[in-house]
Design a protein around this ligand. Structure first.
Ligand SMILES: Cc1cc2nc3c(=O)[nH]c(=O)nc-3n(C[C@H](O)[C@H](O)[C@H](O)COP(=O)(O)OP(=O)(O)OC[C@H]3O[C@@H](n4cnc5c(N)ncnc54)[C@H](O)[C@@H]3O)c2cc1C
Length: 508
C-alpha cells in the first residue's frame, strides 16, 4: 500500500466543514480517518463518563458518515504517539492532518510530543484552525475582524468519496468503563452526534430562539430558550462557522424584530466562545494559575465545604437545585454556572481550581478555554473584570420566583411554604414539623451566613486589589487578553481600562 494521509480527529467529530479532511483528500493518495481514544487523557481530573458518552455517540455517527464515503473511521485505544507510530511503521505516513486544538494542559503537552515525533520522522503535520482562535497570536488588535473573516469564509464540503483501505479493522468504539472512567449517571444528558446537533440548531433558529434573550437567565426557561448547542460546539459535531452562517441567514429573512435581536445576541456569544478560548490558547497556564498574582494563596481548601457544595447540600435551596439539575443533566445556563462558581469562591472561600474541576466533569460541554477563564472571572482572579458576588437568595427571587425549579430538584422541601422556600432556616420548630422538613435532618442548615460571608469575602478581595502593583499588572492583562470589540486599538488606553472587557457589561 502507498503511504497514507492520516486525518486525526479530536474534538471535530464531523465531515462537513472539516478543512483537514478535505485537504487530505485533495492531497492525493489514500486517507486514513483516525480517532485515538487516549486512556491517559480520560484519566485526567477534568474528564468524565458523560463527556465520553457524548463523544462516543458522535464517533459512531462519524464512522457511519465516513463509511458511506468509502472508508469508515478507524478507532484505536492507546497513546497517540504510539498509535501514529504503528501506522507509520506498517503503512508509512505521507502527511498528518488535524485541526488546531486549544485543549487542557494534558493535550497541549501531548501535541508537543506528537510534533516532536512528526519532526523526527520527517512527517509534515498540518494543523488548521477550526474556529476564530488564532495560533501564535501576537496581540489582540484586529482579532475581532479576523474572527469575522473566518466566520464569513465558505464552509468546506466533505469529500464525496474516500478510497477504502483494505486490511484495516475499524476497531470498536470503547465504552466509558473500558476507558477506565468512573460511573457517572446522567439521565438527562444531551445525546451526541451531528444529526442531533443539526436538529437542535434547526429548532433554535426556527422557533426556540425567539425567547432566547428573555429566557436565558432563568433555569426555569433556559433549558428550552438557550440554543443548547454547547456540547456540539465543544465536540465539533457542528462547526462554529456553520452555526454563525445559518444564524445570519435566518436573521436576514426575519421580520420579527425581537427574534432578530435574540439571534444577534446569540451570535455575540459565539464570538465570546472564541474570545475566551483565545486566552487559554495564548496563555495555557490560565488553567492552573491565577491570571492576576495578587490573588495567589488567598483561598484554601475545605473538603467538607467542597463536598457539600458539589453534592447540592449547601443549605441554600436555589444553589442546591442548580447543582442537582447540573448533576442530572450535564448542563445549566450561564447565570447559574456563574452563581455556582461565585458562591463557592466568595461565600465558601474555596479555590477555583478544585471547584472548577468538579464543574468541568459535570459539563457535557466542557471546553477548557471557556471554562477556566470563566472560573477565574467568576472568582474575581482575572484582575480585569468586575467583582460579582451573587446573593443566592436574591438570585432565587429573580430567577425562580414561583419556586418551581427549586421544588423540582429538592423534593425534601415540597411541604415548605413559598415564602420560606428559599430561606428554610427561618422556619421555627413547629413550621419545620408542619412542612415535614426538619433542618439538619431532611435538609441542611446553610454552611455559613451568606451575608456575613459575602462581606468578609469582599473585604479580602478588595484588600488584595489595594496592593502596589495591582493596577499595573491588571493593565498588562487587559492589554494581552482584553477584547477590542471593533478590532481596533483603543485611542485612549487609560479610558479603555476603566471599562474593561466590554463583554462583561452585557446581560450575562
Ligand atoms: C463557571 C463557568 C464555566 C463555564 N464553562 C463552560 C464550558 O466548559 N463550556 C462551554 O461551552 N461554556 C461554558 N460556560 C459558558 C456558558 O455558560 C455556556 O456556554 C452556555 O451556558 C452553554 O449553553 P448554550 O449552548 O445553550 O448557550 P447559548 O447561550 O445558546 O450560547 C451559544 C454558544 O455561545 C457560547 N457562549 C455562550 N455564553 C458564553 C460565555 N459566557 N462565554 C463564552 N462562550 C459562551 C457557547 O459556545 C455556547 O454554546 C461557562 C460559564 C461559567 C460561568
Amino acid at each position: 500500500m502507498t503511504a497514507l494521509h492520516v486525518v486525526w480527529f479530536k474534538r471535530d467529530l464531523r465531515t462537513h466543514d472539516h478543512v483537514p479532511l478535505a485537504a487530505a483528500a485533495g492531497a492525493g493518495g489514500p486517507v486514513l480517518p483516525l480517532y485515538v481514544a487516549e486512556p491517559e487523557l480520560w484519566a485526567q481530573p477534568d474528564a468524565s463518563a458523560r463527556q465520553w458518552g457524548f463523544a462516543a455517540e458522535g464517533l459512531a455517527e462519524l464512522r457511519a458518515d465516513l463509511g458511506r464515503r468509502g472508508q469508515p473511521l478507524v478507532v484505536r485505544v492507546g497513546d497517540a504517539v504510539d498509535i501514529l507510530d504503528r501506522v507509520r511503521r506498517k503503512w508509512g505516513i505521507k502527511g498528518l492532518w488535524s485541526h488546531e486544538e486549544t485543549g487542557n494542559g494534558w493535550t497541549y503537552a501531548r501535541d508537543r510530543r506528537v510534533a516532536a515525533w512528526a519532526r523526527a520522522h520527517g512527517i509534515p503535520w498540518t494543523e488548521l484552525p477550526q474556529n476564530g482562535v488564532v495560533r501564535r497570536l501576537k496581540d489582540r488588535d484586529g482579532w475581532a475582524r479576523r474572527w469575522e473573516g473566518r466566520m464569513a469564509a465558505d464552509v468546506t464540503v466533505a469529500p464525496a468519496g474516500l478510497a477504502p483501505l483494505a486490511g484495516i479493522d475499524p476497531g470498536p468504539i470503547p465504552t466509558a468503563t473500558g476507558l477506565g472512567l468512573f460511573p457517572d449517571p446522567c439521565p438527562g444528558r444531551q445525546p451526541g452526534g451531528r444529526a442531533r446537533g443539526l436538529r437542535t440548531l434547526a429548532s433554535f433558529l426556527d422557533d426556540r430562539g425567539r425567547l432566547y434573550q428573555r429566557g436565558l437567565s432563568s433555569p426555569v426557561t433556559a433549558f428550552d430558550s438557550c440554543s443548547r448547542l454547547s456540547p456540539h460546539l465543544a465536540w465539533g459535531t457542528l462547526s462554529l462557522r456553520e452555526v454563525v452562517q445559518a444564524t445570519r441567514a435566518r436573521m436576514a429573512g426575519l421580520e420579527d424584530a425581537p427574534f432578530r435581536r435574540s439571534l444577534s445576541s446569540f451570535v455575540e456569544r459565539l464570538h465570546w466562545h472564541c474570545h475566551f478560548m483565545q486566552k487559554l490558547e495564548s496563555q495555557p497556564d490560565l488553567e492552573f494559575r491565577n491570571a492576576h498574582p495578587a490573588y495567589d494563596g488567598l483561598r484554601g481548601s475545605d473538603p467538607a465545604r467542597l463536598a457539600a457544595w458539589a453534592e447540592g447540600r449547601t443549605g441554600w435551596p436555589f444553589m442546591d437545585a442548580c447543582m442537582r439539575a447540573l448533576v442530572a443533566t450535564g448542563w445549566i445556563n450561564f447565570r447559574m454556572r456563574a452563581m455556582l462558581m461565585a458562591v463557592a469562591s466568595y461565600h465558601l472561600w474555596l479555590d477555583w481550581r478544585e471547584t472548577g474541576l468538579h464543574l468541568a466533569r459535570l459539563f457535557t460541554d466542557y471546553e477548557p478555554g471557556i471554562h477556566w477563564n470563566q472560573c477565574q472571572m467568576q472568582s474575581g482572579t482575572s484582575g480585569i473584570n468586575t467583582i460579582r458576588i451573587y446573593n443566592p437568595v436574591k438570585q432565587a427571587e429573580d430567577h425562580d420566583p414561583a419556586g418551581t425549579f427549586t421544588r423540582r430538584w429538592l423534593p425534601e422541601l415540597a411541604g415548605v411554604p413559598g415564602h420560606l422556600l428559599q430561606e428554610p432556616w427561618k422556619m421555627d420548630a413547629a413550621e419545620q414539623e408542619r412542612a415535614g422538613c426538619i433542618l439538619g435532618r431532611d435538609y441542611p442548615l446553610p454552611l455559613v451566613d451568606h451575608q456575613e460571608a459575602a462581606r468578609a469575602a469582599r473585604d479580602k478581595v478588595w484588600a488584595a486589589r489595594r496592593g502596589p502593583d495591582f493596577h499595573a499588572l491588571a493593565d498588562a492583562i487587559q492589554d494581552r487578553h482584553g477584547s477590542r470589540k471593533s478590532g481596533l486599538k483603543p485611542s485612549n488606553p487609560t479610558k479603555a481600562r476603566k471599562k474593561p472587557a466590554g463583554q462583561l457589561a452585557l446581560d450575562l
